[in-house]
Ligand binder design. Structure first.
Ligand SMILES: N[C@@H](CCC[C@H](N)C(=O)O)C(=O)O
Length: 268
């Protein structure tokens, strides 16, 4: 099985080209591929399949479907960094031209644009603010904003420096609010339009970046000053992302690179 490896601000993915939808990809195989010692190692898998081959998304107006899986093999609706890496692969492979095109995701169709400097912008849709909830990290309880970016987030502005947090264990969350689990962002607002964020992702643990989480963080950070729009710089462990919030939608911009390709020996 051919694979490629790529990342967006060090949120890393194994890319599996499967244009005709022939690949059987059970959760156990995804988990083995993502294993950082016994597999290739990644935060998730991006299966590249023609939209028309997948009944659940076949109605979307996009040639290619990003079948995203978390490192534990679970499916998620959307992945912001993965969308950029997916777009980078499509352009590098000559499957889409450079410029603007749509991709299908479980969270709906997303427009992507390759910028002149090589960064990629993804239109992320209008984030939904659904109230507040709490999490406990290292014995400290933090309140945050429940934001849906296609997938669920709890974005918490905290007084403690995020660099000091211990995110080696699953933070607590309220299963009544998040019955399907949640991605948890902890952030410090460090300027008028800038925040430093760490994240514990559903199905992947702490990652060095999360694109949907950066959008959720921008929404929560803006809300602190009573705003719903603006351009935010989100510093993550693996780099820097830019989030634009406007009245109708949101945009995520950042780098996306392919770093390797090869032949996968793992099989079910
Ligand atoms: N890293 C991603 C989000 C991946 C999905 C998430 N773990 C979930 O389960 O919702 C991003 O860049 O958005």
């Amino acid at each position: 099985m051919r694979f490629l490896k790529g990342h967006g601000t060090e949120n890393d993915f194994v890319i599996l080209p499967d244009p005709d939808g022939e690949l059987d990809l059970p959760a156990t195989l995804v988990a083995r591929i993502c294993d950082r010692r016994a597999g290739v190692g990644a935060d998730g898998v991006l299966r590249v399949v023609r939209t028309k081959q997948v009944p659940e998304v076949a109605g979307q107006q996009a040639e290619w479907f990003m079948d995203y899986r978390n490192a534990d093999g679970g499916m998620a609706e959307m992945c912001g960094n993965g969308s950029r890496v997916f777009a980078r692969y499509l352009v590098d492979a000559g499957l889409e031209g450079p410029g603007e095109f749509a991709i299908a995701t479980r969270g709906g169709t997303r427009l992507v644009r390759v910028e002149p400097d090589g960064e990629i912008t993804v239109e992320m849709g209008k984030p939904a603010v659904l109230g507040s909830s709490v999490t406990t990290v290292g014995g400290h309880e933090y309140e945050g904003v429940h934001v849906d970016v296609g997938n669920p987030h709890l974005a918490c502005s905290i007084g403690d420096p995020v660099v000091q947090l211990d995110l080696t264990h699953q933070p607590t969350f309220d299963p009544a609010v998040f019955p399907a689990g949640v991605n948890i962002e902890l952030f410090n607002a460090v300027g008028p339009s800038r925040a430093v964020m760490r994240v514990f992702e559903r199905g992947s643990g702490e990652t060095r970046s999360c694109g949907t989480g950066a959008v959720a963080t921008a929404v929560a950070a803006a809300a602190l000053s009573g705003e719903t729009t603006g351009t935010w710089t989100i510093e993550v462990t693996g780099g820097t992302l830019t989030v634009v919030l406007d009245e109708e939608t949101s945009y995520l911009r950042g780098p996306a690179v392919i770093v390797a390709s090869g032949e996968l020996m793992l099989a079910e």
